[in-house]
Write a protein that binds this ligand. Structure first.
Ligand SMILES: *Cc1c(COP(=O)(O)O)cnc(C)c1O
Length: 465
């Protein structure tokens, strides 16, 4: 399998070449040259596999430059009941009327990002070892991504993590999760500023190409193809749990921000998984809902992005969206480049008419909707959900078609967003065993001014050349 860029760079690349990279050199995103097709016989065979074996089968279709036995071992080490809490890894929790939650948040940081990041940690260690190289991951986080990256990379050979977060602005639980890590290769930098300051510093360091090369700076952001590929697996796993035969279809509802999670659903559907609808849910930051309703894409700046109670979806420029638009346009790279180098765009009526054939519909949710949905789900079903999953369930209830099972992806556990849970139902969300007193653990972090030079100096002091 070779990979191409959504903006037309003609160089075909293999999986290991794009694994450690972000954007393609022409500014596009990597996609496989074609989507492998999964026929009825294959689906029937896969139905009885355990999660790790299913992941191996799917990844093998896209990765042909890692020996099969090595890949199988990496995947087996990643998806264990010990790390993800159950043998099923992503069990379904039925609510009512054909609507279920698919539990993706039982990994170490209690959010679905562990599903992909844990595999990425294994793949990075493997590939760097094979090349005899090291990598220094630099990132900015307001919560979920940074902790998922740190828990995936902790103790991994050849990898250091330098994670910037806004000092004093994460929740005490999130701070404790990240800052309690004592691994020598994990560095928490608490920047005296807001999240945008952290992101600006990461950009400034990455734009210094000499520094970037000399100190081997890399990222783990959501445009990484390997992360997206890992997420394709749980669409298949959810489908097999919700159906008895592949004559049946299911729909998925996905709380969305950067369009990474639902883009994996799109890939699964393109491979032939019988998905009826892909329902995209946003919060008040509803750029993508507007697109799917009108064909108009109007990304917003940081100043027009609302801070909400589902903060991991407070995104107004969805970094993976270009992948879907490329497919929507029949893989016309010139047109994709034209649209994404402008500051927003509007599809032609003919282009817009194609959206339905890809199964996409959308809806949005507000803080009041989240509170109501969390309360209703708790009172009617005895199931406590987090704020992001609540955005999904609210929209799923609007879009659900009787007769077609609807799986709402549970993207975080309520323990991560205790304040809104207390507001909605007046109780303290339970924490998984072992995390009860996490705030009391010793913390390891360095406070820094919001200054690129200071961050560079810190990296220089902590990296062996
Ligand atoms: C990252 C995240 C999302 C958004 O996922 P995308 O892949 O960016 O669309 C939703 N919910 C939670 C809890 C997240 O951490």
């Amino acid at each position: 399998m070779k990979y191409l860029s959504t903006r037309g760079d003609p160089t075909p690349r293999r999986f290991s070449e794009i694994l450690l990279e972000g954007l393609a050199p022409d500014g596009g995103l990597y996609l496989p040259q074609r989507y492998p097709q999964v026929d009825a016989a294959t689906l029937a065979k896969w139905r009885s596999l355990d999660y790790a074996e299913l992941a191996f089968e799917i990844l093998s279709l896209y990765i042909d430059d890692i020996p099969a036995e090595d890949l199988r071992a990496l995947v087996r080490r990643t998806y264990t009941a010990k790390v993800f809490g159950t043998q099923a890894i992503v069990p379904l929790k039925p609510l009512a009327d054909g609507i279920s939650l698919e539990a993706l948040s039982n990994g170490p940081t209690l959010a679905f990002k562990d599903m992909a990041m844990q595999l990425l940690g294994q793949l990075f260690e493997y590939e760097l070892g094979r090349r005899g190289q090291t990598l220094n991951i630099l990132g900015a986080t307001s919560g979920d991504t940074g902790s998922a990256a740190e828990y995936a990379m902790r103790g991994k050979k050849g990898v250091n993590v330098f994670m910037l977060s806004p000092h004093g602005r994460m929740s005490p639980f999130q701070q404790a999760q990240m800052f309690s890590l004592q691994d020598a290769n994990i560095h928490n930098l608490a920047v005296e500023g807001v999240f945008d300051d952290c992101q600006d510093i990461v950009k400034a360091v990455s734009n210094d190409l000499d520094f970037k090369r000399k100190y081997r700076i890399g990222t783990v952001n959501s445009i990484n193809w390997a992360r997206l590929l890992a997420q394709v697996v749980y669409y298949f796993a959810g489908y097999f749990q919700a159906t008895k035969t592949d004559a049946e279809k299911v729909s998925f509802c996905v709380p969305s921000g950067n369009f990474g999670n639902i883009c994996a659903g799109h890939v699964a559907r393109m491979m032939g998984l019988p998905i009826d609808q892909l329902v995209l849910a946003t919060n008040e930051n509803d750029v993508l809902d507007e697109f799917f309703k009108t064909g108009r894409y109007a990304p917003r700046g940081a100043a027009e992005t609302f801070e909400t109670s589902s903060p991991s979806m407070d995104i107004s420029k969805a970094s993976n969206f270009e992948r879907f638009v490329f497919d929507l346009l029949g893989r016309d790279a010139a047109r994709t480049r034209e649209l994404f180098t402008a500051n927003g765009f509007e599809l032609s009526p003919a282009e817009r008419a194609r959206i339905a054939s890809f199964g996409f519909v959308s809806g949005r949710s507000t803080h009041a909707d989240r509170l109501w949905t969390i309360k209703r789900c708790w009172e009617a079903h005895g199931v406590l959900i987090d704020t992001h999953t609540a955005d999904g369930l609210k929209v799923a209830l609007e879009q659900h078609q009787p007769g077609t099972p609807m799986l709402v992806l549970e993207t975080a556990l309520p323990a991560k967003f205790a304040e809104t849970i207390r507001e909605a139902v007046g109780i303290e969300p339970p924490r998984p065993a072992g995390l009860e007193n996490i705030e009391a653990l010793p913390k390891r972090f360095e406070v820094m001014p919001a200054d690129t030079a200071a961050v560079k100096q810190f990296i220089v002091r902590h990296v062996e050349l």
